[in-house]
Design a protein around this ligand. Structure first.
Ligand code: SF4
Ligand code: SF4
Length: 329
């Protein structure tokens, strides 16, 4: 392992961390420039989004992978990163009552709309997990008995993997601000790409359409929505595509386990096209997804029928990008 540090100190970019030997490091025009960002998202977890992101990274060795699913990061299980830098992620504040200075007037508890403050004997105390860090109690306390230190919410890492550099993060238990952490991961991924002339960043986005997803796709070049053929899958896909449309980002759809409900898969394809998305391909249900996860490899590193199918989807993504003037090496 390289120079792993903690303590929030910023280390310079690790110059020796080249992606993969022989990997093309320049953009298609041979110059360093803005990298292409492709975000793989899904309406819910467990659709195969992370397996596909890791497989695409293997198919485009030398790209940067950013795990922006910071609430449930698991891309590291497939890509087995070797951590080179580790940084603390500080965001927001914790309110803490100094019991010795608290007179027990109860003003803070009365006004905390998150009900995070409770009486404890003659003083009051704050439940760290319920406190949203709004700071109101700090302002209202007549005794100035509430401290408000910065909150350590998690960590983010720069790593080396067999496919290239990886930027990933881990949000602390019950920590908030995952949208901000996503922004930190994306920013660092872009810096790495720009400094090394890497033309593609693959982002494993969070599920859903909340703040972390918005933070993952804002300003990205392409969105790939992974969906399963179910009623809720169709609904989730619709919301994800509407979000992409709102941000004017070209979107494609990939149906995983399409054969568990062929009629629903057809309906989803039709719906996706109506919403202006490109249908990138279908993947049948196959236990190889689970098996490769257990073996800590990607589905394209196992020699099964899924390898060809995923390779074809990656080809479709390239072609779809080309139609929108988006290309990478
Ligand atoms: S407002 Fe201040 S003094 Fe009153 S209960 Fe809260 S912490 Fe104690
Ligand atoms: S900081 Fe806000 S949420 Fe936290 S205890 Fe004080 S008033 Fe409640």
């Amino acid at each position: 392992m390289g120079n792993v540090i903690s303590g929030g100190r910023e280390l310079p970019a690790v110059e020796e961390m080249n992606p993969v030997e022989g990997a093309e490091m320049e953009n298609v025009d041979g110059k360093k420039g803005k990298p292409v960002e492709i975000v793989i998202i899904s309406g819910k977890g467990g659709t195969g989004k992370t397996s596909l992101t890791a497989a695409f990274a293997v198919l485009n060795k030398g790209c940067i992978v950013a795990d922006c699913d910071v609430d449930a990061a698991d891309l590291h299980l497939l890509l087995k990163p070797e951590i080179i830098e580790e940084h603390e992620f500080w965001s927001g504040h914790n309110a803490i009552i100094r019991a010795e200075d608290c007179t027990g007037c109860g003003i803070c508890a009365e006004h905390c709309r998150f009900e995070a403050i409770k009486e404890n004997g003659s003083a009051y105390e704050i439940d760290e997990l319920s406190c949203e860090g709004c700071g109101l109690c700090v302002r209202l306390c007549p005794e100035k008995a509430i401290d408000f230190p910065p909150r350590l919410c998690g960590k983010w890492m720069v790593s080396r993997t067999r496919t290239g550099p990886m930027i990933h993060a881990q949000l602390g238990i019950a920590a908030e601000n995952s949208g901000r952490l996503v922004a930190v991961v994306r920013k660092r991924a872009k810096e790495e790409a720009e400094s090394k002339g890497i033309s593609l960043i693959l982002i494993d986005g969070p599920p859903g359409i909340g703040c972390p997803v918005i933070s993952s796709i804002t300003g990205a070049d392409m969105v790939v929505v992974v969906v399963e053929p179910t009623v809720s899958g169709e609904h989730d896909m619709k919301r994800a595509l509407e979000l992409a449309k709102h941000f004017n980002i070209p979107a494609g759809v990939c149906i995983n386990k399409w054969d568990i409900n062929g009629a629903a898969a057809e309906r989803i394809e039709k719906r996706a096209e109506e919403l202006g998305a490109c249908v990138l391909g279908r993947i049948p249900y196959d236990p190889v997804f689970v098996k490769t996860q257990l073996d800590e490899i990607t589905v394209v590193e196992a020699n099964t029928r899924i390898k060809d199918i995923v390779e074809n989807i990656w080809k479709e993504i390239r072609e779809f990008g080309g139609k929108h003037g988006i290309s990478w090496s």
